[in-house]
Design a binder for this molecule. Structure first.
Ligand code: S3P
Length: 421
């Protein structure tokens, strides 16, 4: 067991918002300056894809500057576009590429080449896109021959911001308006940022409509800290006896703040201070204090608002008294790893009483856990979740491929170590 965690953390920039700033900046007229950009491998993949399409992007520690060329200013890439480990890059860029006057090929690492792409290929094809899976397995590599697109009204079977955003971005290039309806509202960063750059959107309940061919103009973007990265320190502050942490500048967009609602429902003491907005995104500072947690049931419309936090919520549940049931989260199986199987296997290795279900997991918490060798499957969120579990267990934990945290939080281990000094 570790000593109390005390101190203040500046949470690195939001991954979803950083991707969108580069993409929308690249297809806007003029200069976009982005501060607190996430220098994680995923967002660097997005930068590199747009550089290969002729967009000049300067990346300095203070800010990134994107010299946008307007909706029709991208050039045909002369190389394959490598999206690395990033599902957001692959799916959102596919929407933009579908409406270009050129052909392109997208690929990524072994994990990306296994992730489902039919979910975007289907609606994009309905719009007239010419997009195919080169290996004919509905995964990347994808070949996209740009074509004339038509607006559609799409009823998405899943609450996925990547699907919604791919369609909205393609909708910029379509003839007529494009609408997407989701079963529940997923993260709305594309809608907020597109509006900030001058696009015309209407939002009603779970439907977003976008009007084509806007003049998008370069902007200044201040990226809030990523609540998905803050989540590990929210859990650490709540779990480790005697801890109190100040997490500064955290995005608390209601389509992302499920972790705060769930942590409070489990008995967590979290104060929300200095609420403000940055480029339309709600932001605050959080004070997290050690608390006694209890198990709860998590499912339904809150799931999309905390989908990336379920691995760390499962760790919180393992140390909470009583049973936690996580349901309606089958999407976990198609993330960077199968996060249901990987959480069940690794928590079981630590001695936790946990079972996987078709759409989630059931965790009987409160038993002391021990160290174990953790198969991260090179999934950044699994590595960070078990680094936090390690603070609460007796014995040694070894994280395999622990450097995968570079995807979304390159300074994660250093930040954790600094709090223990
Ligand atoms: C993201 C949306 C979510 C999330 C991912 C980032 C985004 O995926 O899991 O890490 O930036 O739009 P889905 O839209 O597939 O649920």
């Amino acid at each position: 067991m570790t000593k109390p965690l005390q101190g203040e953390i500046n949470i690195p920039g939001d991954k979803s918002i950083s991707h969108r700033a580069v993409m929308i900046g690249a297809i806007s007229e003029g200069t976009t300056e982005v501060t607190n950009f996430l220098q994680g491998a995923d967002c660097l993949s997005t930068i590199s894809c747009f550089q290969k399409m002729g967009i000049e992007i300067e990346n300095t520690p203070e800010k990134i500057t994107i010299h946008g060329k307007g909706l029709h200013g991208l050039k045909a890439p002369t190389e394959i576009l490598d999206c690395g480990n990033s599902g957001t890059t692959t799916r959102l860029i596919s929407g933009i590429l579908s409406g270009q006057a050129f052909s392109s090929t997208l690929t990524g690492d072994a994990s990306i080449q296994k992730r489902p792409m039919l979910r975007i290929m289907k609606p994009l094809r309905e719009m007239g896109a010419n997009i195919r899976s080169i290996k004919d397995n509905n995964c990347a590599p994808l070949e996209i021959n740009g074509s004339i697109l038509q607006g559609i009204s799409y009823q998405s079977p899943i609450a996925s911001a990547q699907v919604k955003s791919a369609i909205l971005l393609a909708g910029l290039y379509a003839n007529g308006t494009t609408s997407v309806t989701e079963p529940y509202v997923s993260r709305n960063h594309s809608e907020i940022m597109l509006s900030h750059f001058g696009a015309k959107l209407e939002i009603k309940d779970t439907t977003v409509t976008i009007h084509p061919n806007p003049v998008l103009t370069g902007q200044k973007v201040e990226v809030p800290g990523d609540i998905s990265s803050a989540a590990y320190f929210i859990a650490a502050g709540l779990l480790v006896p005697g801890s109190k942490l100040l997490l500064k500048n955290v995005g608390i967009n209601p389509t992302r703040d499920g972790i705060l609602r769930i942590a409070k429902e489990m008995g967590g003491n979290i104060e929300i201070l200095n609420e403000r907005t940055a480029c339309g995104e709600p932001v605050a500072d959080l004070v997290v204090s050690n608390s006694t947690l209890h198990g709860i049931t998590i499912g339904g419309e809150i799931i999309p608002t905390l989908i990336d936090e379920i691995p760390i919520i499962a760790i919180m549940a393992a140390f909470a008294e009583g049973t936690t049931i996580i349901k309606d989260a089958a999407e976990l199986k198609v993330k960077e790893s199968d996060r249901i199987a990987v959480m069940v296997d690794n928590l079981t290795a630590m001695g936790c009483d946990i079972e996987g279900t078709d759409d989630g997991m059931i965790i009987h918490g409160g038993k002391p856990l021990h160290g174990a060798t953790i198969e991260t499957k090179k999934d950044h969120r699994i590595a960070m979740s078990f680094a936090i579990a390690d603070l609460m267990t007796e014995g040694t934990t070894t994280l395999l491929d622990k450097d995968c945290v570079d995807i979304s939080f390159p300074t994660f281990y250093q930040t954790l170590e600094d709090l223990q000094k």
